[in-house]
Design a protein. Structure first.
Length: 357
């Protein structure tokens, strides 16, 4: 039996992290489940433009549904999760700050539809003492963490090329995750140019926009490492991410058909360096535990008075590459970075063809 004293009721209460949720759709529901699984977090309030959705989610998680952001802030959350679209999130963050909220905010990716909006949101939050993070949860996945460890240990030599794939999705959906990870591979070595192609003849809906059915973008880091990202409606039998080094490659999550027109990630990690080593027991590259680690990182950052690993400034750097890819694909040609901060994806996509808007 341990001699350590048990925490008092007051100490337990002090550890409690009150969380509020803006947006009760699919992503909001996933965040609510994540909060329920966290050791100290508790969902206290939620709101949605559709009040019925908020009431349903609140009833399932012991929270209170509210009609306005004023009421949400009045519920006293330490963390607010914003699970809205990129067109709405900057305004929501600003309004939370205006109402006096001073804790941590976890937004969905991407943060905004233009660099100007994203950077202004980051600046405004920082100026008012709000810690702003973006839910790039893939960076916390065990296969990705392990792949970086292997790379740092020189298992496949120095990195020369990064390939990523987004099955049944768009550049706006998969791009922020994979580009954020690519920047980790090269220790944030800046990107000098981005080029791209996209096909909008069979558009996919995402974040309130009609986006491409197929896209391919390429970029180059200042140190010479190249990146490639492809998104398409039909899954291919290829890894979600492949890192090429001078002595081999590391692959994460091969895409496997589910036999019903969909897909699932295959074995989590494979190293090819003259021999082949597959770790099929490591967690899925898309494991739900990544959401939990994302929330926990923000809470720990608040406790420790630091910026979280997935802070909004880092997320904005990944967003710039996505936006540059769209601009190149929509007729702008190769984009030299830095990108024009006023370029808006909404305007760019609307100009991409009769079916986009």
């Amino acid at each position: 039996m341990s001699d350590e004293p048990k925490p008092t009721e007051q100490e337990t209460e002090h550890k409690r992290t009150a969380v509020a949720l803006v947006g009760c759709g699919t992503a909001g529901g996933a965040h609510a489940i994540t909060v329920s699984r966290h050791e100290t977090a508790e969902l206290v309030a939620c709101t949605d433009i559709d009040g019925a959705k908020a009431r349903e989610l609140a009833a399932g998680h012991g929270a209170r549904a509210v009609d306005t952001l004023d009421e949400l802030v009045a519920a006293g959350p330490r963390v607010v999760v914003v699970a809205a679209g990129p067109a709405e999130q900057p305004g929501i963050v600003r309004r939370l700050v205006e109402l006096g909220f001073r804790g941590g905010v976890l937004c969905e990716k991407p943060l905004a539809l233009s660099l100007a909006e994203a950077r202004e949101t980051v600046r405004y939050a920082a100026d008012h003492g709000v810690t702003l993070a973006v839910n790039h949860q893939r960076r916390f996945g065990a296969p990705f963490v392990r792949a970086l460890e292997l790379l740092r240990d020189g298992r496949v030599g120095a990195p020369v090329r990064i390939e990523a794939f987004g099955p049944k999705g768009t550049l706006l959906d998969w791009g922020p995750h994979w580009i954020d990870f690519a920047r980790m591979v090269v220790d944030d070595d800046p990107v000098t140019w981005v080029d791209g192609l996209a096909d909008f003849t069979e558009p996919q809906a995402h974040a309130g926009l009609r986006l491409e059915g197929h896209a391919l973008i390429t970029w180059e880091h200042a140190g010479g490492v190249r990146g490639v990202l492809e998104t398409r409606r039909t899954p291919l039998g290829q890894p979600l991410v492949r890192m090429w080094g001078t002595g081999g490659a590391i692959e994460i999550g091969c895409v496997v058909s589910d036999g019903d027109g969909g897909w699932r990630p295959g074995p989590g990690l494979r190293v090819v360096d003259g021999s082949v080593e597959t770790d099929a027991d490591i967690e899925s590259p898309l494991a739900a535990t990544q959401w939990l680690r994302s929330l926990d990182e923000l809470i720990r950052a608040l406790d420790e008075g630091r910026q979280p690993a997935h802070d909004a400034a880092r997320a904005t750097a990944a967003l710039e590459i996505c936006l540059a890819g769209y601009r190149a694909a929509l007729g702008g040609g190769r984009q030299r970075l830095p990108l024009d901060p006023e370029y808006s994806l909404r305007e760019g996509v609307a100009a991409g063809g009769p079916d986009a808007g």
